[in-house]
Design a protein around this ligand. Structure first.
Ligand code: SF4
Length: 95
C-alpha cells in the first residue's frame, strides 16, 4: 500500500471509531474531533511506518484533543471487531 492510500485508510478508520463513540456518547464534538484527527493524519510525519498513535513518540495532538481521542480509542477499539471486523483485523495485524 502506498503512503497516500495508507493515509486515506487511516482517516477512514479514525472517522469510523469517532462515529462509533459518538453514537453512544455526547461528550465530544464529533465533527471537530474528526476534522482535527484528519488534519493530524494528513500532516503525520510518521505515516510511512505508523502503527497506532498511542505508540508514537511525537504525540502531535493537543492535550484536550489527545484526551478526547484516547476516550474514543478506549471505547471504540475493542468494539471495532464487531462493527467493522475486516478493518479491525487488518488494523490489529498492522500494529
Ligand atoms: S500522534 Fe504520531 S502517529 Fe499519530 S498522527 Fe501524530 S505524529 Fe502521526
Amino acid at each position: 500500500m502506498n503512503i497516500e492510500s495508507k493515509r486515506l485508510k487511516e482517516i477512514d478508520i479514525v472517522k469510523l471509531m469517532i462515529n462509533l463513540y459518538c453514537c453512544h456518547h455526547n461528550d465530544i464534538n464529533e465533527k471537530e474531533l474528526i476534522d482535527y484527527a484528519t488534519l493530524r493524519i494528513k500532516k503525520c510525519p510518521m505515516i510511512k511506518d505508523k502503527t497506532f498513535c498511542s505508540r508514537c513518540k511525537i504525540h502531535c495532538y493537543e492535550k484536550n484533543m489527545q484526551e478526547q481521542i484516547k476516550k474514543v480509542m478506549r471505547y471504540s477499539g475493542p468494539r471495532m471487531i464487531f462493527h467493522h471486523p475486516i478493518l479491525a483485523i487488518k488494523h490489529i495485524m498492522k500494529g
